[in-house]
Ligand binder design. Structure first.
Ligand code: UD1
Length: 352
């Protein structure tokens, strides 16, 4: 049985599918602070298998310990946490409490229950401003905001834990920019309020929920002047967790980038989304957003070598899948009714 913390969220729900499709049993712990249980109903409908859900907070050590024991959990995929950069500047202590203290309590419960396999959801944001590209795992670590610093503190804490007891099996996965949705269109990213990330905003403009995209900066030192990022399909990202779990059959500590190795500009995303959706995405180029960098993309070599994992889905597919989710669920999970799960394609089974 695998415990997925934050399993009802955007990445978590896709990770649950990867696990269930691989024949693993799943228990999800989520405090639903930024997610809904409806995502898990849909996960079960997609997979034709059930999972266990516990509405709990990772800071509640006793409850987590009970769950680990009651369900015979053998490994934890830890995604629960707060993740908005701007918000982390406004209320840093809430980020430290949820992310750092939450992970400390989780690890403590794991120690008590003697569960020593942990896959941690880190972020490429730990690198800060790139000194060179592509970013490999040896790049210096200098996050530029409280959110990024909580991720780095947790990585360092887990490194120290492993150094003190090398029977732990730990993977720190540094995500680049997750995008897209499950190909069924049943689950996807459902941000509360105004989306701060690019793809959800573009999708809401395409469907007419918002008037136009504001592109933050058209004067970067990039071919078209807009920012460049490494967008990775969330289903590829989810598969990376399964690869990490397989690699952790032996004790060890791994810190790995999960990215594609390719950079796409904001304008590339706009044009690809327009092509995939057949809708227009009006935009206006405005001032740069504070804290943004010109370009950021991964060197994915280590992931390939150590996890035998690479991303396979294109930007076109991310946009097509994101659009399907948006079109079928214009108001995200709040729409209520559970749409019928479509036939599975062989494409997805290959990645399960
Ligand atoms: C952001 C976070 C990063 C986090 C990641 C998770 C910041 C500074 N960084 O990365 O720490 O790990 O999300 O997904 O917030 N853009 C627009 N208009 C918009 C939205 C975005 O032009 O309305 C541009 C941005 O300027 C950037 C690109 O699109 O060039 C991607 O932005 P975003 O999706 O917010 O991701 P990051 O900033 O790379």
């Amino acid at each position: 049985m695998i415990l997925v913390t934050g399993g009802a969220g955007y990445i978590g729900s896709h990770v649950c599918i990867a696990l269930l499709d691989a024949g693993l049993d799943v228990v999800v712990v989520d405090n639903l602070s930024n997610s809904t249980k409806a995502s898990l109903d849909r996960v079960q409908s997609i997979c034709g298998r059930s999972l266990v859900f516990r509405h709990a907070d990772i800071r509640d050590e006793e409850v987590i310990c009970e769950i680990l024991r009651d369900f015979g959990v053998t490994a934890v995929i830890h995604l629960a946490g707060l993740k908005a950069v701007g918000d982390s500047n406004v209320r840093p202590m809430t980020y430290y409490e949820n992310n750092v203290l939450g992970t400390m309590r989780l690890v403590s419960a794991m120690k008590t229950a003697n569960v020593k396999t942990l896959v941690f959801s880190s972020s490429a944001t730990v690198y800060g401003i790139p000194r060179y590209l592509p970013l490999d795992e040896r790049h210096p670590l200098a996050p530029t905001n409280p959110y990024g610093r909580t991720k780095l503190v947790i990585e360092q804490m887990l490194n120290d834990l492993y150094r003190s007891d090398d029977s732990w099996r730990i993977a720190n996965l540094r995500y680049f920019n997750p995008a897209g949705a499950h190909e069924s269109g049943l689950i996807g990213e459902d941000p509360l309020g105004v989306p701060s990330n690019l793809l959800p905003f573009v999708a809401q403009v395409a469907i007419g929920r918002r008037e136009k995209l504001r592109i933050w900066g058209g004067d970067y030192d990039t071919p078209d002047g807009t920012g460049i990022r490494d967008f990775i399909h969330v289903v590829d990202l989810a598969a990376g967790h399964l690869s990490a779990l397989r690699q952790l059959r032996q004790p060890g500590l791994l810190t790995v980038n999960l990215g594609t190795g390719y950079g796409n500009s904001v304008l590339d995303v706009v044009r690809t989304f327009e092509a995939a959706s057949g809708r227009s995405v009006p935009y206006e180029i405005v001032e740069r957003r504070a804290g943004d960098v010109a370009a950021c993309y991964a060197d994915p070599t280590f992931a390939k070598d150590v996890l035998s994992w690479t991303s396979t889905r294109s930007l076109r597919q991310m946009c097509a899948d994101h659009w399907r989710w948006q079109l079928q669920n214009p108001n995200g999970f709040r729409a209520g009714e559970l749409p019928k799960a479509p036939e599975r394609s062989s494409h997805l089974r290959r990645h399960a």
